[in-house]
Design a protein around this ligand. Structure first.
Ligand code: URA
Length: 464
């Protein structure tokens, strides 16, 4: 028997290192004990005598990206056998990488269900956690008690820092407590319900929550924190840096938040209108200097389906509406062929200003770069947060990069529903402009058919 030691119940990195090392030695799944520090009963098998698993060598084998994403979620599940099940899957994937797409495989299906349960729990914590105000020696503070079903608290920390970063708060849960003082996130031991105050949630906190939706700085900080390895969270220098960023941004944005707060009053139509108005004055990157106007998303705010394109083209820039030019017309035709009524979907772009190079009187489309996509990501995140679509569809590589946060190969990722970083469902397909650029008639027809097939799959998924 081999023993793999994990630092915490949500220790994904620990699991990954150990699993990689074990798999490279071809250790069978039933010869490994997964032991979580401080959780003696997290053993899934009886103890063994062999030495612990050594650190993984750097030169590791490759597994499908989708498995890594799946494992990241499954590790947070409360099932004690999660590490063992994931390792069993990993061992099989080495010889059969296509297994990742086999939804009929019982283990693959089980892992999928576990990942979904984790994502639901993450969402539940975001939606249902309520802060209560307390006053102690340190002044005013907000405390919330929450009992998650799974080990999701740390995975959700960045979200709460994002949303409530101007106030001091503590989130108490049975397993761990999180404490934010407006600049530093610390972790403490688990608590009990008795440690949290009784009483009604504080209205002012929810106003702050709402206003925070309009603060561009927060999302950036959140993203930073998400990408920062967990071991650094408790580490003063790094988290102090986060605090400084917030402090710097706060002064600049106070006025904007106040305007948003006053104008919206918690109503989604008003919030969307305020967001669109803010975006109209966006100067987050230099593209606003050349473009005619910001082209914001459009469509019903209760749409189950959100399409995200690259950026407005020449005609969109003038009309102030997304997908009305040649690519938009092809998109409309393909939607109709797939049986999707465009008026039921919300359509927007990853980048909201037209980027072009002037050539005589013509304006030639230029691809937005990573910095421009990143700068504009704030708007698309706000649109998604307000609308909470059932499925967000990236049309092409720019949209995929914006939604997923990294470069993706469309041909590899297209055609299947997968989890976006926030746990919601996403789908990637080609951009309609790609179809317009194909010169060979036969190939163009084939690719158009494939695009319609993707749209049909999307339709089926959101109809479920
Ligand atoms: N291409 C896009 O990506 N979006 C538009 O709105 C128009 C063309």
């Amino acid at each position: 028997m081999r023993v793999a030691h994990l630092a915490a119940p949500d220790d994904f990195d620990g699991w990954r290192h150990a699993a990689r090392a074990l798999a490279m030695e071809r250790v069978p799944a039933d010869r490994v004990i997964w032991q979580v520090a401080g959780h003696a009963d997290d053993l899934f098998a009886d103890g063994g005598n062999e030495p612990p698993v050594p650190a993984a060598p750097d030169a590791a084998f490759r597994v499908p990206r989708a498995f890594v994403d799946l494992a990241r979620d499954v590790v947070l599940h409360s099932d004690r056998q999660r590490f063992a099940m994931l390792y069993a899957m990993l061992v099989r994937l080495i010889d059969q990488p296509r297994l990742i797409d086999d939804r009929a495989d019982p283990l693959r299906r089980k892992l999928d269900e576990m990942a979904k349960a984790v994502r639901r729990d993450i969402h539940k914590m975001r939606a249902f956690l309520r802060f209560r105000e307390v006053t102690d020696d340190g002044g005013e503070r907000f405390v919330a008690w929450f009992e998650p079903d799974h080990h999701i608290v740390r995975a959700n920390a960045a979200f709460f820092v994002n949303r409530f970063n101007t106030m001091g708060w503590s989130i108490l849960t049975p397993e761990v407590s999180l404490h934010w003082d407006g600049g530093t996130l610390c972790e403490g031991p688990g608590a009990t319900a008795a440690d949290a105050p009784d009483g009604d949630p504080v209205e002012a906190v929810w106003k702050t929550y709402y206003a925070s939706i309009f603060n561009p700085a927060r999302l950036k900080v959140g993203a930073m924190l998400r990408e920062m390895p967990r071991k650094y969270w408790k580490n003063m220098p790094e988290t102090a840096l986060v605090g400084e960023l917030i402090a710097g941004a706060r002064a600049r944005e106070t006025a904007m938040i106040e305007t948003a707060r006053a104008s919206t009053g918690g109503n989604i139509d008003a919030a969307w209108a305020a967001l669109k108005q803010e975006a109209a004055g966006c100067t987050r990157c230099s593209l606003h200097r050349m473009a005619t106007q910001t082209v914001f998303g459009e469509g019903p705010l209760d749409a189950r389906l959100m399409f995200v394109g690259e950026q407005p083209g020449d005609q969109e820039d003038q009309a102030g509406r997304p997908f009305v030019g040649p690519a938009g017309q092809l998109f409309d035709r393909a939607l109709a062929d797939a049986g999707i009524d465009r008026s039921t979907a919300y359509v927007t772009n990853a980048v909201k200003h037209f980027k072009f190079e002037p050539r005589g009187k013509r304006r030639i489309h230029a691809k937005p770069d990573a910095g421009e996509i990143e700068a504009c990501r704030w708007w698309i995140e706000q649109e998604r947060m307000l609308l909470t679509p059932r499925l967000t569809v990236a049309l092409g590589a720019t949209a995929a990069r914006s939604l997923i946060g990294r470069t993706v190969t469309i041909s590899r990722e297209r055609g299947r529903v997968f989890s976006l970083p926030d746990g919601s469902d996403g789908f990637v397909t080609v951009h309609p402009s790609f179809l317009l650029r194909i010169e060979d008639g036969e190939r163009a027809a084939t690719e158009y058919r494939r695009f319609v097939e993707d749209l049909s799959a999307i339709k089926t998924f959101v109809a479920r």
